[in-house]
Design a protein around this ligand. Structure first.
Ligand code: AMP
Length: 317
């Protein structure tokens, strides 16, 4: 990647809008807000806006800005988002110039510069790489957010897309900025007792098929009983890795307000994003999401995931 090309555009435009995908997570927020902090540190006179729906769960990473009314002379930088329809809070077509910085498998081209690295652990890792390659000053607050983004997407350096490059970049980031990185975990991994009780319910009620697909379907009534919102189950799915009897796991929570069932899916072998993409979803090969419209569609999604597990086992997986 020619990092200088991106830097040139940042230098050229006075108004810079930074966006990410809907359903914000630590990497989406860390990469956007971290990038804003870096641009402000190096180019204090620029107007930089981070946009998208705010998330109370991750408020500690920063708050969203109001999108300026006229963006026709602004540059848009989209991080962590492979396709136009998942960009949160902006009309992509209303910008003078667009830059994508993403680590998802390629879906579509919608920007003038597209820096896609699907071997990168996270979009936050790519922002660290960009800042270091361009010799930009990285303020402490940016380093903390980017660190949280990398840790969030790698699940504490657990997943296979954690590489020596990840460690090299993170190590340089810590050395340069001297952040107290272990102190960030207590806020990042703070849980409520409600979540812990709900986690117990999920563990006790998971259904596991003979092909090692585990799933749970959560209707609005159950979510209300446990006083949790539809995204809570999705956030808890990362507690269910490395279970001997499970190859693929799916948590499917009714989101009555939005008329879909929010499904979070994780795999320890079978590729799941192709199935997810048939149900208004997508994501990474082993970590995906989908939004089927009804529980009948959820059943079809689960049937296809089960089939992926069956084929995986049959092929010696
Ligand atoms: P989640 O289960 O929400 O943490 O999402 C896991 C991964 O799948 C992330 O990379 C998301 O960006 C992606 N993802 C989640 N939901 C969708 C969706 N409806 N469409 C496309 N990608 C999704």
């Amino acid at each position: 990647m020619n990092y200088k090309q991106i830097l040139k555009k940042i230098k050229k435009y006075n108004d810079i809008v930074i966006a990410r995908h809907i359903g914000a997570d630590p990497d989406a927020l860390g990469s956007t807000i971290g990038l804003k902090d870096i641009i402000k540190e190096n180019f204090p006179n620029k107007n930089v806006y981070v946009v998208g729906n705010s998330s109370s769960r991750f408020r500690y990473l920063g708050i969203m800005d109001k999108l300026p009314e006229d963006t026709s002379n602004a540059v848009l930088i989209v991080t962590d988002t492979p396709d136009k329809k998942r960009v949160d809070g902006v009309n992509v077509d209303r910008f003078s110039y667009k830059i994508k910085i993403d680590h998802h498998p390629f879906i579509e081209e919608f920007c003038d510069i597209e820096w896609i690295d699907d071997t990168a652990s996270s979009a936050s890792q790519m922002i660290i790489e960009f800042a270091l390659k361009c010799n930009l000053k990285i303020p402490k607050e940016a380093a903390e957010k980017l660190y949280v983004g990398v840790v969030g997407d790698t699940e504490r350096f657990l997943h296979s897309y954690t590489t020596t490059k990840t460690f090299d970049l993170v190590s340089t980031l810590i050395k340069k900025t001297n952040i107290d990185f272990t102190s960030l975990y207590s806020r990042m991994y703070l849980r409520s007792l409600t979540d812990i009780r709900f986690n117990g319910f999920l563990a006790s009620n998971l259904i596991v098929t003979e092909n090692k697909l585990a799933y749970i379907k959560l209707d609005e009534k159950t979510l209300k009983e446990y006083n949790v919102d539809p995204s809570t189950a999705g956030n808890l799915i990362n507690n269910f890795y490395n279970i001997d009897e499970i190859l693929v796991i799916a948590f499917c929570s009714e989101d009555a307000g939005n008329n879909y069932i929010k499904c979070s899916i994780r795999s320890s072998g079978p590729i799941i994003n192709e199935v997810a993409s048939k149900f208004n979803g997508g994501g990474h090969a082993l970590a995906s999401g989908a939004k089927p419209k009804s529980f009948e569609e959820v059943d079809e999604l689960l049937k296809q995931l089960d089939e992926e597990c069956r084929k995986y086992i049959q092929n010696g997986g």
